[in-house]
Design a binder for this molecule. Structure first.
Ligand SMILES: [Cu+2]
Length: 100
């Protein structure tokens, strides 16, 4: 019974992932120093093809990015923030859905 509940919770949480290759990554962006920085970082990340969602926290100095890993890569995300003037490194990566 417990396993069944767990399985349905997992299935439910994956329903919004249209593709098995959708991933969410947390980038650490230590160079953000004022309230405008997260906006710049967010815009830069949203320009990367395959990125579907960007949440940047100035307080935490991090960016949580959801992307289709068939179209974008963590390297491309890091490059995008770097080109915008902010170095970023991967803090945590989670794969939503099935492994490729
Ligand atoms: Cu700033």
């Amino acid at each position: 019974m417990q396993k069944l509940i767990l399985a349905s919770i997992l299935a439910f949480s994956f329903t919004d992932a249209a593709f098995a290759a959708v991933r969410t990554v947390t980038l650490s962006v230590p160079g953000m120093y004022c309230a405008v920085c997260p906006i710049t970082v967010k815009k830069a990340l949203e320009k990367v093809p395959g990125v579907s969602k960007v949440n940047v926290s100035f307080e935490k100095k991090e960016a949580v990015v959801t992307f289709d890993d068939a179209r974008a890569s963590i390297n491309a995300l890091e490059d995008a923030t770097f080109e915008a003037g902010y170095e970023s490194t991967v803090k945590a990566a989670a794969r939503d859905g099935q492994p490729k």
